[in-house]
Design a protein. Sequence first.
Lengths: 369, 322
Amino acid sequence: MDVMPKWAEVVLVPLISLILAALISALVILAIGEDPIAATKLMVEGAVGSVRGWGYTLYYATNFIFTGLAVSVAFHARLFNIGGEGQAMLGGLGVAMMLLFVDWPHWSIGLMAATLGAAAFGAFWALIPAYLQAKRGSHIVITTIMFNFIASALLIYAINEFLKPVGQSDPASARFAASMDLPTLNSMLNAMGIKASKDDSVNVTFLISLVCAVGVWVLMWRTRLGYEIRAFGNSESAARYAGINPVKITIITMLISGGLAGLMATNTVMGESEKLILNSTEGAGFIGIAVALMGRSHPVGVVIAAILFGFLYQGGAELALWTSIPRELIVVIQALVILFTGALDNMVRMPLERIFLAAKLRKSAGPAE
Amino acid sequence: MDYITLIQLLDSSVRFATPLLLACLAGLFSERAGIFDIGLEGKMLAAAFFSAAFAAMSGSVWIGLLAGILASMALSLLHGLASITFRGNQLISGVAINFLAAGLTVLIAQDWFRQGGRTPQLSGDARFEGVTLPGADAIADVPFIGPLYAELISGHSVLVYMAFLAVPLTWWILYRTRFGLRLRAVGENPAAVDTAGVSVVGLRYAAVMICGVLCGIAGAYLSTALQAGFVKDMSAGRGFIALAALIFAKWRPWYALWATLLFGLFGALETRPDVIEAVIGMKVQGQLLGALPYVMTVIILAGFVGKAIPPRAGGEPYVKER
């Protein structure tokens, strides 16, 4: 029985968790001798107070939309994909393969190829854990963690042995062709006659990430496959009785999840660094977990949560620049969000359910008196 | 490779293996009681910071060790609260703890010491120095056993000996005491333990707290014995290698010793590429060697080389029937 109305489930519970996380973050800032209100102001100004700030906020948000969608698709099948980080690293390798070894006539065609490469490599990196989970019962959380480390070793190896130009000491691949530069949203605004700075920040992949969010919504709630994924996540035995093949669903879900995580590389590798560097993922694969939890695994929630985390990232960078608060504050906030919206979910939910139950009982008992 | 090089290699394997062994045994207690713990990494990191910080401030490494253990236990308590009391997702709680430790250690280090997220260098009594075992100097010149005893067995910090003693102790607690029997039972079939009138919640909290103590020692070893001070992210994935070792060891204490020693050897070889080249006659990339524990664990998990079966009730919160 659903004790709580839907709005409480979708809005109230995450909101209270978020407020708790924010309060504790404020206490942390106070404890290190800084002013939380001034810090918040600085973050808001730095992240959304200018076109430049917005550009970086949305740049980060693009990554988090991709990885957040990746984690949430897997969540629907009750699979916990911690491997977004490794899948995104492999996605970067896919992008680099496509752009280094083929001469594309135009950035748009190059982007399509890079998208394909990123998704294919990311999906491939999710395939092995998925197969092991489905066929051999090895726990997907452990295998995806292992695959993150293997991916990182593989990336270092690939860059140092094959992709690094001869004579270069910096561990990075050669630069992609200049014609492969992705247009930024700022330049689009300029083209439309709106004055914006020429920052190399949010680019067209942001739009792709939004398309992916819509795509995930359609897949999950408007197709047979999505129905099967959700049914499998709700009850594996019931799904099995309904003729849903658990091996197939596990593998397909993880392929989609890995592909989405891999797509993140189109933004970071093709859009931002324009070459394959060692740490292009910067932990975004893990932030996907926080984003998916906060967004309740729904694409709309994921996009909102991703923009919020983009704000935190850009704001946090500004904080580190202007105050003595290190960037790691963001990691703490991220941990608190995961803790409250994920692990301590019941702590928020239990008292709320009690309140709603009491209210319901009073209402039904009322007229009889 | 000559004998002395071999001894040196094994010696550094032991140093690399020690934190892995402690963290692996920590995870063993927790997971045997049915609580998955992917937060070993975070607990080690927190302990590494607090032990270095308190050792630096007090000048005594023992106070540092105590602070490290307490910090790690505090995170264990949080994990217990989330996964036992509030029956939340144990994996998500572990992820949160890892990030919490990664962020807070740098934040607090910057606030306390203003050295870019590190602690001051430790020296003298603020560090665990090597212990020379009795007679080590006397027989050091004896061929074969001399170097073996003086270089490999003697000369480690006291925490190394504690870690190795923890193996038989863990075995004894798990397989020879009533507490151990109940602890294993609660990881396999908590309902049966509950029916017998033993508190599932109490046992699981006990296991999680023991895990905290061991992770605390592991973290203290990193910053006060292996290195002289805390640096950002110094646990460097060791918590996850320990987790891999735990699976490799099939959740058994003696196997845990061999698994962590093997992974320690990989770590030692990574720092000695010249030795590998001399032995197998070709160059091996260090990163590939570093990834070997993970690859081997995946192979074990896949069940191709003996199946690793985790405790049956692992990861499931226990809900009493009403």
